[in-house]
Ligand binder design. Sequence first.
Ligand code: FMN
Length: 229
Amino acid sequence: MTISTNKAKTVTEAVNTRSTARAYLDKPVPQDILDELFETARRTPSGGNLQPWNVHVLTGEALNGFRAEVIGKLMQGKTEGDTYPAYPSPLWEPMRTWRHKLGEDMYALLGIPRDDKPARMMQVGQNFNFFGAPVGILVTIDKRMDAPQFIDIGIYLQTVMLLAREQGLHTAPQGAWRAFPDTVKKHTSHPDAQQILVGMSMGYADPDKPVNDLRSDRAELSELVNFHT
Ligand SMILES: Cc1cc2nc3c(=O)[nH]c(=O)nc-3n(C[C@H](O)[C@H](O)[C@H](O)COP(=O)(O)O)c2cc1C
């Protein structure tokens, strides 16, 4: 399914046309669009109105300097130790299968076979180029915060992702950035009390890149939602 580059007109359309975009056009996002989007996203609700998100939006030289340093470290085989593990380990069913299927569907679209580990690693490495997006977002959180505030930040991310669709933009939420807490700190100057929780690529999705055709599966409604009447 080809990724929609239209501007979403309704919330339903924004939800239905949002997908994780992993290839972007080399086209900057005007600053006034970013200003409006992040201004509106301030309305995100949070428990106790704590607003626990600290948001760093990188563009231009700041973005290029940051990703160049991260990619340089990756080339030397250096990472910095994840701030939080991405998933429980070991992962159980059915989540284990869902995760596996996502990867297989993505590599199939890219024509990368199972045994081509270097090509698969190169694709994973695209995370650290923000998939070529012109906007890189890093969200840091105070280390004293816990699960309820992680929910708040998830809501914030979705608010940003849906507002992006209204502007014809696409996004990729990225836990991958937890692998570079030191470089994130260096480039954002966030306080010692905080650490990286999640990042996000944002820009105009490239509709000609097969990776953006990925329409990830979802469980059936009856598997996820119980209506008690
Ligand atoms: C909090 C969060 C972190 C994610 N981290 C990554 C990531 O590091 N790299 C990546 O390629 N996708 C990442 N994703 C994208 C998920 O794989 C994707 O949302 C999921 O497979 C559903 O697909 P869709 O977003 O295209 O609907 C992340 C998504 C979320 C919500």
